[in-house]
Ligand binder design. Sequence first.
Ligand code: FES
Ligand code: FES
Length: 201
Amino acid sequence: MIELKVNGHSHNVSAEPETPLLYVLRDDLQLNAAKFGCGLGQCGSCTVLVDGAPTLSCVTPIMLLEGRQITTLEGLGSLEDPGPMQRAFIEEQAAQCGYCIPGMMMRAQALLQRNPRASDAEIRANLEPNLCRCGTHMRILRAVRRAATLIAGPGSSPGTPGTHAASAAGPQLDTSDTDNDAQGDARSRPAHSEKRERPER
Ligand code: FES
Ligand code: FES
């Protein structure tokens, strides 16, 4: 039996210690926001937070997670009371099929928790490991910027120099929204990311 702390609640789980967290979330705890995409640590659709860090739950065995704080998209708000990240994605209608969106939101949440004033370049670089097959990238980026504004509060804007702000590096985004708005972004990004993330013990 392994005790997992998910969204502030403790759960005793009888799954094998090697079981990926994603399976336990979906099959045992009925937390279905995190999605099975590749199952290989390459797409990011299964991203959750472990102690605040984005973590690929499809390749993270639960035996590494006892005593760790796990947060899923369900922990950011509810249908009745969505959190800032969820509100921003709704307001920007930042989804087509939506399959990648929970992972995108969790990775963005980790960034904005560290740096609510993240620049466009930082947001873009941070989301790079997560793939979107629908080409919704520009709407996703706008949603994250909107979330940053909601989190940072009135009178602030992402990228504005502040105590947490890092200098903006690289080209700024062209966020013009057209039917083909994601194509430029897709061209600049590798088809696959080999990046795997496991929490440190
Ligand atoms: S399902 Fe986990 S990275 Fe693709
Ligand atoms: S909205 Fe369909 S994969 Fe991203």
